[in-house]
Design a protein around this ligand. Structure first.
Ligand SMILES: C[S@@+](CC[C@H](N)C(=O)[O-])C[C@H]1O[C@@H](n2cnc3c(N)ncnc32)[C@H](O)[C@@H]1O
Length: 285
């Protein structure tokens, strides 16, 4: 059979579907309820690559710790939705820009100050690089001598590998303004664009699972940017994840989630921005 011929996904029984959905949700937070065909397709693809055609056997394989850990990572790469773009939800980035301008105006005199941002669920890096450009511009405008650090985490190793290369097609960088493209990208011989090494080096791409953040060492962030991830999680989990993120903000720091992504979340330390076309919260202690 040619490698291009269509192969129908292996049939997943309702019983198997319930077991797989529960395992994936327990370990990643991603919920496939009402998305059986998507789950079946992703599982089938990965199983065919691994030369396996039995869902039960594969379930036991990926469930085994530590023997199944590598295969588990490959499966998660296959099933997670990694769609992203530079400056996705432009208003959220404008909000971060205004917030940093104000924050830097009040802290620019301090020698010990660092500006720390975190892109949570960074996929292939576009969000983190967009934040790096916004923060670099704000620091330059403020004339402050500050250290900038961008943390970027995702569960998907393959997405992080692409992010670390910092190489994007001309089509990918279209949403970026001409001035920022000129300043922060270098055109390669293949007509792709490389992120300026000095900017890419400010970003630390590393693997991190959102549902384990309550166990992660405490970080102190000025901005946590968390868009288009919670939509794949069940509502009851939103509060736990967001509450855990508050503990990683500096006093006065900002948490940005995708517009309309979360409803009814409140936290005693967080105040929501008055502009309801974005969803941003500032820590007020
Ligand atoms: C649709 S992309 C969004 C990317 C980016 N935040 C944006 O808005 O353009 C969702 C990302 O969340 C990641 N993700 C899903 N579950 C995760 C988890 N439990 N921990 C960390 N990342 C996760 C996926 O691997 C994927 O890269």
């Amino acid at each position: 059979m040619s490698q291009w011929s269509y192969q129908a996904p292996l049939e997943l029984s309702d019983e198997q579907y319930v077991r797989w959905q529960a395992l994936l949700e327990e370990r990643t937070g991603i919920c496939f309820l009402q998305h059986k065909s998507i789950l079946q397709k992703g599982l089938s693809q990965r199983m065919r690559e691994a030369g396996i055609d039995d869902y039960e056997y594969y379930f036991d394989l990926v469930s085994a710790v530590p023997e199944g850990v590598v295969e588990w990572i490959l499966l998660v790469d296959r099933i997670s939705v990694k769609e992203t773009s530079f400056f996705r939800e432009p208003k959220s980035f404008k909000t971060v820009q205004a917030f940093l301008d104000k924050r830097l105006a009040s802290s620019a005199q301090r020698q010990d100050y660092t500006i720390d941002l975190w892109s949570v669920g960074c996929s292939t890096g576009e969000e983190a690089i967009s934040l790096a450009m916004v923060a670099s511009e704000a620091i330059e405008k403020s004339h402050a001598k500050l250290f900038l650090g961008i943390m970027a985490t995702d569960i998907s190793k393959s997405a992080l590998a692409i992010a670390k290369r910092g190489l994007y097609s001309a089509r990918k960088i279209e949403p970026i303004s001409a001035a920022l493209k000129k300043k922060y990208f270098i055109q390669t011989n293949n007509d792709d664009f490389e992120v300026l090494p000095a900017l890419l080096q400010q970003v630390c791409f590393t693997q991190g699972n959102i549902i384990e953040f309550d166990q992660a060492p405490k970080m102190a962030m000025d901005v946590i940017f968390f868009q288009n991830v919670l939509v794949y999680f069940r509502r009851w989990r939103h509060k736990d994840v967001l509450d855990a993120l508050v503990g990683h903000l500096k006093p006065g720091g900002m948490l940005v989630v995708g517009p309309g992504e979360v409803s009814n979340w409140q936290h005693p330390l967080m105040r929501r921005s008055a502009d309801d076309t974005i969803q941003a919260y500032v820590r007020h202690d």
